[in-house]
Design a binder for this molecule. Structure first.
Ligand SMILES: [Zn+2]
Length: 410
């Protein structure tokens, strides 16, 4: 089926000009065009312009009138933990009464409580819950999403989670990328060494053999996985063809950034706590800084130093980190609002952070993340006459239409 989006008031193309991501002053460049149309053929953008070529008219496309509306590339949520069972509403209630994330974890709450519920749940149950959440993400404009394992913490249940993610990619209208995060927490009743050996010699080979994940990640943090643990896991992951990504610098700076840079990680995620050395270690690398301001909002911890990162020429992406403990929200537009208000990012930097830079942090910016001829037609139509209204008229979802691979999915 062909599709013609006619006469958009604005099209925010986020054109890359051949770059893999946007950094420094280019992160503000959104390449706005006005009063133009987009023609989509076989799921790809075939033409963008004012005067329709005759082949477009002849192809008799389905038409969408975008007069007074704004078109953006589909959003890429490049960091989520959307497969899980159970909830942590009681823990939330405890926390807002003053208990810290670490105190709750030490008292047996935190990740481990989600692990319990996820282990118990069948694949079908997990998938049903996750599909519901993906639908919610689509409603906010997400057309590509990443999802991590990490609530299984044994070979059988980590693989169960990754199988769910694999099937979500086939059974939902959007693309779902899998990250193996066995190193999310340590299970009870196993020594640290035993568990890391299980990750290295049991999980990684099986997951890689069955192509169940693209990325490998660890929670590199004090009391969780050290720099040495991360290094071992990355080395083995890379041996088996997985691409490193890293949870780091959420609570402490323990050398995760340097380790990620050493292994050419595709992204470093969180970065709420960054010193000058950490920023220097990222400068000039190909690693995307993926910031998760919903976590800072929800846990009431410091926000990542987005301005310092952007001003140092480091490409910044934004994602939800959707998970039941520290960011129970699929709303990527809320993330954008927080980026503008709390991270002091400008509107244009924020848009690039959830489109082209989000795509770069999944290694797919050659295919999605901008509106360019030849790219996959993942497009959003907002009922606003100017893109600034998406963030200016805040707390309201102005999204009217979501298009994935040329098909209207919402
Ligand atoms: Zn996370």
């Amino acid at each position: 089926m062909n599709l013609l989006i006619e006469n958009a008031k604005q099209i925010i193309t986020c054109h890359t000009r051949g770059r893999r991501f946007k950094a420094g002053k280019y992160q503000s460049e959104i390449s706005l065009i006005e009063n133009e149309s987009i023609f989509v053929e076989n799921g790809r953008i075939k033409w963008i312009g004012k005067k329709l070529p005759s082949y477009v008219k002849k192809s008799n496309p389905k038409k969408i009138n975008a007069k007074n509306k704004t078109v953006l590339p589909g959003f890429v949520d490049s960091h989520t933990h959307l497969v899980f069972a159970g909830d942590r509403d009681n823990e939330f209630s405890m926390r807002i009464k003053g208990k810290t994330y670490e105190e709750i974890a030490k008292a047996g709450g935190g990740i481990i409580s989600t692990v319990k519920a996820t282990k118990k749940a069948s694949k079908a149950e997990l998938k049903k819950l996750a599909k519901h959440r993906i639908n919610s993400s689509i409603g906010f404009g997400v057309t590509t999403i990443e999802a991590k394992s990490g609530y299984g913490l044994d070979t059988k249940n980590e693989i169960k989670m990754l199988e769910v993610i694999y099937e979500l990619n086939k059974e939902t209208p959007i693309d779902v990328y899998a990250t193996f995060l066995g190193a999310h927490a340590f299970p009870k009743h196993k020594s640290k060494k035993e568990y890391i050996d299980e990750i290295l010699y049991d999980m990684i080979p099986q997951i890689a053999k069955r192509n169940l994940a693209t990325f490998i990640d660890t929670f590199c943090e004090k009391n969780y996985f050290s720099v040495d643990d991360t290094r071992k896991i990355f080395m083995q992951g890379i041996n088996f063809g997985l691409v490193p990504k890293l949870h780091t610098n959420q609570f402490y700076s323990i050398g995760g950034i340097e380790t990620a840079a050493e292994f050419d990680a595709i992204s470093v995620d969180h970065l709420e706590v960054m010193n000058g050395k950490d920023i220097n270690a990222l400068k000039g690398t190909n690693t995307i800084a993926c910031l998760l301001p919903s976590v800072s909002y929800f846990l009431d911890i410091s926000y990542a130093p987005a301005r310092k990162l952007i001003d140092a020429g480091i490409p910044v992406a934004l994602a939800t980190d959707f998970n039941p403990g520290s960011a129970m929200s699929e709303n990527i537009q809320l993330v954008m609002s927080l980026a503008v208000q709390m991270l002091r990012m400008n509107i244009e930097e924020t848009i690039n952070a959830v489109t082209i830079n989000g795509a770069a942090s999944l290694g797919i910016s050659h295919n999605v993340g901008s509106i360019e001829v030849g790219k996959q037609a993942d497009l959003l139509i907002f009922d606003v006459p100017d893109y600034k209204h998406i963030l200016y008229h805040f707390g309201v979802n102005h999204l009217k239409t979501v298009i994935k691979k040329g098909k209207i999915i919402m």
